[in-house]
Design a protein. Structure first.
Length: 298
């Protein structure tokens, strides 16, 4: 890890900022499979399916049952005994994971309902998200700063999106702007199901099974990508360039980036070009400008 380290978030046992990668102090004999960086803490999945977090623990976001900061990855997250994590995501002082079998757990800061279990209490240990429709499993999950979204499916539905937590500007996609302490269904895009999900600071986005992209939430600087600056409380199609399909997407602070491929029309796809849209100050969109863009720009 590298960057700011005032709260041990680099995991090297110090609070010294680093301008180049510094090795995380790992549990002996283990290797990492996945990693996620939140606000002032980080988490990873190891090769045995366990999860370790380190850094600031003011809200219990390290998931070890305490509020003790950790300078290294030395204490596992208290996931159910025998479980194996397959996905990890970290937001602003909270994290969520999917374990084998499709059950999701969240822990840490809960003041906006971002833990998703029906209250606003901080959770120092992982709590199961058990308020999805009966029989469903979680196939993808991503946390923004104060909200999170997931893709769920069962025998009767595939690719339904649920979000929970802070709902300002419509970032939960359920048609209103209120907070929700349990998962709520995102407005359905007729005839399409979701295959990828991302949650940013004030907006959320998804890629559908036809490789179109949809976003919802705050749109002051254009992160919805629909050519307007109107907030959207339900999924709104991103104005992708003609002839391009979205294959990957990631939301940030008032901006979104996606990898797009060219559709030849004959079932073949070419290239993988990054496009970004939204707030462009300090060159965040990578297009050589510092102004915002309300449509995808390369």
């Amino acid at each position: 890890c590298w960057g700011e380290n005032g709260d041990y978030q680099l995991g090297d046992g110090t609070t010294t900022d680093s301008y180049s990668p510094t090795a995380v102090t790992m549990p002996p004999g283990r290797t990492a499979l996945a990693i996620s960086a939140g606000d002032y803490s980080s988490c990873m999945i190891l090769d045995d399916g366990s999860v370790y977090c380190w850094g600031d623990n003011s809200y219990g976001q390290l998931g070890d049952g305490t509020t003790t900061d950790r300078g290294t990855a030395d204490t596992p997250v208290n996931l159910p005994s025998g479980s194996s994590a397959i996905a990890i995501t970290s937001g602003a002082q909270f994290s969520c994971a999917i374990i084998e079998g499709g059950t999701a757990y969240c822990w840490g800061r809960g003041d906006s309902g971002q833990i998703g279990v029906g209250n606003t209490a901080d959770q120092h240990n992982p709590v199961e998200l058990d308020m999805f429709p009966a029989g469903s499993t979680v196939s993808a999950i991503h946390s923004g700063s104060w909200h999170a979204c997931a893709i769920i499916h069962d025998q009767d539905m595939y690719g339904d999106i649920y979000c929970w937590g802070a709902g300002g500007e419509g970032r939960l996609g359920d048609g209103d702007t209120g907070d929700h302490q349990t998962p709520v269904g995102v407005g359905v895009v007729t005839g399409k199901t979701a295959i990828s999900i991302t949650a940013g600071t004030y907006q959320s986005c998804a890629i559908m099974d036809d490789y179109t992209a949809y976003c919802w939430g705050s749109n002051d600087d254009g992160p919805i990508g629909d050519g307007t600056n109107v907030d959207r409380t339900s999924p709104t199609e991103v104005a992708l360039p003609t002839g391009f399909l979205a294959t990957g997407i990631s939301g940030g602070n008032n901006r979104v980036c996606a990898t797009l491929v060219s559709d030849s029309g004959d079932g073949e796809y070419y290239g993988a070009t990054p496009y970004c849209w939204g707030e462009g100050g300090s060159g965040k969109l990578g297009n050589g400008l510092t102004s915002y863009s309300n449509t995808p720009s390369k």
